[in-house]
Design a protein around this ligand. Structure first.
Ligand SMILES: NC(=O)c1ccc[n+]([C@@H]2O[C@H](COP(=O)([O-])OP(=O)(O)OC[C@H]3O[C@@H](n4cnc5c(N)ncnc54)[C@H](OP(=O)(O)O)[C@@H]3O)[C@@H](O)[C@H]2O)c1
Length: 352
């Protein structure tokens, strides 16, 4: 199962709206074939492993798969049928598929045909791998994940003259890995204007660009042609999101002329985040990583708009004059995980 997880991660961030899944076939306790789901529309991990085997599995063959095999017709036929046709007598599964159409039905079908099914092997790790998919498939809404790089006293900026980077290189590399995982990323207009970020995922495997949202209720970024988000090679991936009631025709015309999409939402300041999330769902964007400054983070927490938290905390204090990122908000975090990333701590868990 550990190997199957490694295989699943080879498609890190590339399977949306589908989950990442890995599969391994063993015979006599030795791995004889491997597979993973590379991309939505392409064969599932179990089928890839069977193709790699290229023959009928031996009588003692065991299929190990990180996610419950599907039992419904989607873009590909049900994997349960392929498993039964191949003649497996034992299937080892990491996590159940929370998709209500599956949710254990695939395992029941296998058991009903006499297949021994072992469940929950590295279950927590297998479920965690598909945090975004699990949320999307159950709620039909994107996972809105808040990411902050904070000091010990909850500040997102350092005192004047002490630079901008709060966390170290390892935490920054981790954020780039998250940017690769999420199909979309968001910043506020104020942060776009203050920091001029690129919001691409950069690392050893080159540069990729998620959909990049600028949350800009009053379209104050119109005319700011110098922003990286508006002028780099990925600018067709930038979407400025504001309120239709605040949109001047000339501003919308400016974005269009620059080749930048603008969503003028129907709503008001208070409903803005909710309406934006609904539009993301319509566009089948399953998750958004929000790299919020202190005011946007506090507003999202107060409104209950964030589903998940990644708080990187550096071992230092910040700007005493700045607001904290959880200003005036009580913050219970569910399923908290704490880890060290280089010299910084990472607190992650669900919100609300
Ligand atoms: N360390 C970090 O993790 C991190 C991350 C990002 C930014 N920062 C720093 O934070 C600083 C910027 O801080 P900031 O407080 O100005 O920026 P911010 O918190 O990113 O954004 C403030 C903007 O958020 C919008 N906002 C507030 N409530 C909202 C709501 N309910 N719905 C939608 N939008 C809402 C407001 O936009 P309106 O104009 O519509 O009112 C406001 O102008 C920069 O120096 C940047 O470097 C740090």
């Amino acid at each position: 199962m550990r190997r199957a997880l490694e295989l699943a991660r080879q498609a890190w961030g590339r399977t949306h709206p589908n989950p990442m899944v890995g599969a391994v076939i063993t015979e006599g306790g030795r791995i004889v074939a491997e597979g993973f789901h590379a991309k939505a529309g392409e064969p599932h991990a179990e089928v890839m492993a069977l193709r790699a085997l290229g023959r009928k599995p031996a009588a003692d063959a065991v299929l190990h798969v990180t996610l419950e095999p599907c039992c419904t017709h989607g873009r590909t036929p049900p994997c349960v049928d392929a498993i039964l046709a191949a003649g497996f007598r034992t299937v080892v599964v990491g996590a159940r598929d929370p998709n209500p159409a599956h949710a254990g039905h695939g395992l029941d079908l296998l058991r009903a045909r006499g297949v021994a099914v072992v469940e929950g092997v590295l279950g927590a790790e297998c479920a965690e791998l598909n945090l975004i998919f699990n949320h999307w498939i159950v709620r039909g809404a994107p996972l809105l994940a808040l990411k902050v790089a904070s000091t010990l006293d909850g500040k997102l900026t350092l005192p004047a003259g002490q630079g901008r980077a709060i966390t170290g290189a390892a935490a920054q590399a981790y954020v780039h890995r998250l940017r690769r995982l999420y199909p979309a990323i968001a910043v506020s207009a104020d942060t776009a204007l203050a920091d001029n970020p690129r919001l691409t995922a950069r690392g050893d495997d080159g540069e990729t660009c998620p959909v990049r949202f600028v949350l800009d209720r009053h379209f104050k970024t119109a005319g700011r042609a110098g922003l990286n988000l508006f002028q780099d090679a990925h600018r067709s991936r930038t979407i400025v999101v504001g309120l239709g009631s605040s949109a001047k025709k000339s501003d919308l015309a400016w974005y269009e002329a620059e080749g930048i999409k603008a969503w003028a939402l129907v709503g008001d300041e208070a409903s803005f985040l909710k309406v934006w999330a609904e539009r993301c769902a319509q566009e089948k964007l399953t998750g958004v990583l929000i790299e919020a400054g202190p005011r946007l983070a506090s507003a999202m927490l107060a409104a209950g708009s964030a589903d998940y938290l990644y708080a990187f905390v550096a071992p230092r204090t910040g700007d005493p004059e700045a607001p904290s990122w959880h200003d005036g908000v009580a913050l219970p975090v569910g399923g908290l995980q704490v880890s060290l990333v280089g010299s910084d701590a990472l607190y992650q868990g669900s919100l609300g």
